[in-house]
Ligand binder design. Sequence first.
Ligand code: HEM
Length: 154
Amino acid sequence: MTVFSLAYTLHVLAALVWVGGMFFAWMILRPAAMAALDGPPRLKLWLNVFQRFFVWVWVAVLILPISGVGLLQLRFNGFETAPRYVQVMMGLYVVMTALFIRIQALKLPELRAAVAAEDWPAGAAALGQIRRLVGVNLLVGLVVVAVASARPMF
Ligand code: HEM
C-alpha cells in the first residue's frame, strides 16, 4: 500500500463514519426512538448515543484534514494548484467542524445538565437544537461527498 492509497483510504473511511453516523442518527434512530420511547428514557438514550458517537466524530475531525492535506500535497503539489472541488471540500469541512463544536461545547452540556436534574422540558429543548444542528451538518456532509465524487463537474 502506498502512502497515497493509505491517506485516501483513511480519508474516505473518516468521511463515511462521520456522515454515515449522522445519516443513521437522523433518518433511522430518531424516528425509531420517537416511536418506541417516552420523553425521559429517550433523552437518556440520546445523551448516551451522542457521548459515544462524538468520540468517533473527533477522530474524523482530526483524520480528514491530516489525510486531506497529505493527499493535496501528493496529488496537486499544494493549496494554490488544488482544484475547485477540493477548495469547496476544505471550506465545508470548516462549516461542519464549527457546527459540531457548537453541539459538543454548548448543546451537549445543556442536555447532560437537564438529564442530571431531571428537567425534561429543558432536555427536550436542548435535544431539539442538537437535532436541527445535526440535520444541517448531515446535509452539508452529503453535499461534500457529492462534490468530491462528482469532481469532473467542478
Ligand atoms: C481540510 C479538509 C479536507 C481536505 C484538505 C480534503 C482534501 C481531499 C483531497 C485532496 C482529495 C483527493 C481528491 C482527488 O483525488 O481528486 C479528497 C477526496 C475526498 N474527500 Fe476530502 N478533504 C477534506 C475534507 C473532507 C470532508 C469533510 C469530507 C466529507 C465529509 C471529505 C470527503 C472526501 C471524499 C468522499 C473523497 C473521495 C472522492 C472520490 O474519490 O470520489 N473530505 N479530499
